[in-house]
Design a protein around this ligand. Structure first.
Ligand code: FAD
Length: 433
């Protein structure tokens, strides 16, 4: 008889809530990972860096599990099928996991739960990915917040650091892992993937917190943590990060609260993953010109700050937050391309891709989201450059040819013209109601 702990976006042994609860139960704990065929088959790139990251992380987890005479059981299936198999292979008492708040994950979990229920096996899920989940931070009426500032205030009011940042002492119970050796049974090639050439970020985040508030907006400065991928896959605990932020940088803590805000929004409004949060914006007539979209994706719009950002994204799987805002605004407002196209492109490329934050960031930029920049506020790429990359250090790094008119394209669209066109199109969309 065993209990199962199912790893998903929480790929670590230390300070892991669901794993802690599993290990504190009396039965041996079989650690499980499922390469979800439903997700992997949808990925457009065979050298997807996130798959390489997961594969390496699982190898590392296995190395660590070896020291306690255990190893991951790894499956490569749609999860429902994986569980059907598992239940024939093991006598399972309970299944443990951490909550995943994305719409697909919720459906997946309820399907798995039904299979388990048929055999009276409880599927226990714990909060691990965030400090506050679902509707823990809500208005007095119980309704979800839709604006960040009051949400943040409430979040801070509810916070009890000694409770919410307390790490789970998992290692106390490591002897309870199921003793067996399976090894990592799938190579990347077995999964249909190849090794990514994008360098993957280190586990440790850079000690940027002391200066974060002053440097975070300047893309030429290495002023942010680049911790996103580790939060995405749970290779670091949010409790540990938030505790550090709480001590050293209130601005950085605010960014972690933005992440929780968007997670809360997606959980309460799952339809906002694909629909404008403000319904009236569904009527905007996007131009959706495919050639212009390709120029944006490839970083050849003739706007150097936009092109620099897109090239940074394509080459490294990461883009500075300030520049994410600029390129997103440019796509939606200057080119009048549907925010969902941009959201999908970021989803394909970002190492730190997170549906809640990405959709939130895109809807903010498009003016369609909750707490969004009003549609008539349109970023001027040149002014943004003067403010945030005044010495053109960032631009020269990613677009070295930008000063050469023979090599660098002229702007894809004139700023003043595009601004006017965006204002008219948004206004017309809103009047169509
Ligand atoms: P830091 O500045 O060091 O911040 C630390 C952590 O706080 C981040 O890793 C992230 O988890 C969180 N955070 C910071 N800023 C935000 C924010 N504005 N919203 C939500 N969380 C935040 N973030 C993602 O994690 N995944 C995405 O897919 C994503 N897509 C975005 C798309 C657009 C159009 C925009 C404008 C922003 C997006 N962001 C996304 C938010 C932000 O740009 C990134 O979190 C940040 O740039 C990651 O770099 P970092 O880890 O160095 O961040």
């Amino acid at each position: 008889l065993v209990n199962i702990f199912w790893f998903r976006r929480d790929l670590r042994l230390q300070d892991n809530a669901g794993l802690y609860h599993a290990l504190s139960s009396r039965l041996p704990v079989l650690p499980l990972f499922i390469y979800d065929k439903n997700i992997l088959s949808q990925l457009p790139d065979r050298d997807d860096a996130r798959v390489t990251f997961i594969h390496r992380t699982l190898n590392q987890l296995n190395e660590n599990l070896k020291t306690v005479h255990s190893s991951l059981l790894i499956k490569h299936n749609p999860p429902v099928q994986a569980f059907h198999q598992l239940l024939t292979e093991f006598n399972v008492q309970e299944v443990f996991a951490n909550e995943d708040y994305e719409p697909y994950a919720r459906i997946r979990d309820s399907e798995v739960e039904s299979i388990l229920q048929e055999q009276n096996i409880p599927f226990k899920r714990f909060k691990d990915h965030v400090i506050f989940e679902k509707n823990e931070v809500a208005k007095d009426s119980g309704q979800p917040y839709t604006v960040y500032t009051p949400y943040k205030k409430r979040w801070m009011d509810l916070l009890q650091p000694s409770l919410h940042f307390k790490p789970y002492p998992n290692s106390k119970h490591f002897q309870n892992f199921y003793r067996h050796h399976y090894g990592n049974s799938f190579s990347l090639a077995d999964l249909g993937f190849t090794e990514s050439k994008i360098p993957l970020p280190e586990k440790s985040y850079r000690p940027v917190l002391a200066n974060y508030a002053n440097t975070r907006d300047y893309p030429a400065i290495e002023g942010t943590s680049k911790i996103g991928i580790h939060l995405r896959f749970g290779t670091i605990s949010v409790r540990e990060l938030a505790a550090g932020a709480n001590l050293h940088s209130s601005v950085w803590l605010s960014e972690l609260i933005w992440r929780e805000f968007y997670s809360m929004i997606l959980w309460n409004f799952p339809e906002s993953a694909t629909r404008s949060f403000k319904k009236e914006y569904e009527n905007i007539r996007w131009r959706n010109n495919e050639e212009e979209f390709a120029a944006w994706c490839e970083g050849r719009t003739g706007y150097p700050i936009v092109d620099a950002g897109m090239r940074q994204l394509n080459q490294t799987g990461w883009m500075h937050n300030r520049v994410r805002m600029i390129v997103a605004s440019f796509l939606c407002k200057h080119l009048l391309i549907d925010w969902r196209w941009g959201e999908a492109y970021f989803a394909r490329k970002l190492l730190d891709y997170d549906m809640a934050s990405n959709v939130g960031g895109w809807q903010w930029a498009a003016g369609t989201g909750n707490d969004a920049a009003p549609y008539f506020r349109i970023f001027n790429p040149d002014l943004q450059t003067k403010k945030f990359d005044p010495e053109l250090v960032y631009i020269k790094k990613w677009v070295p040819e930008f000063a050469d008119p023979f090599k660098y394209p002229s702007p894809i669209v004139d700023h003043r013209f595009a601004r006017q066109r965006a204002l008219e199109t948004y206004k017309a969309g809103l009047q169509d109601l």
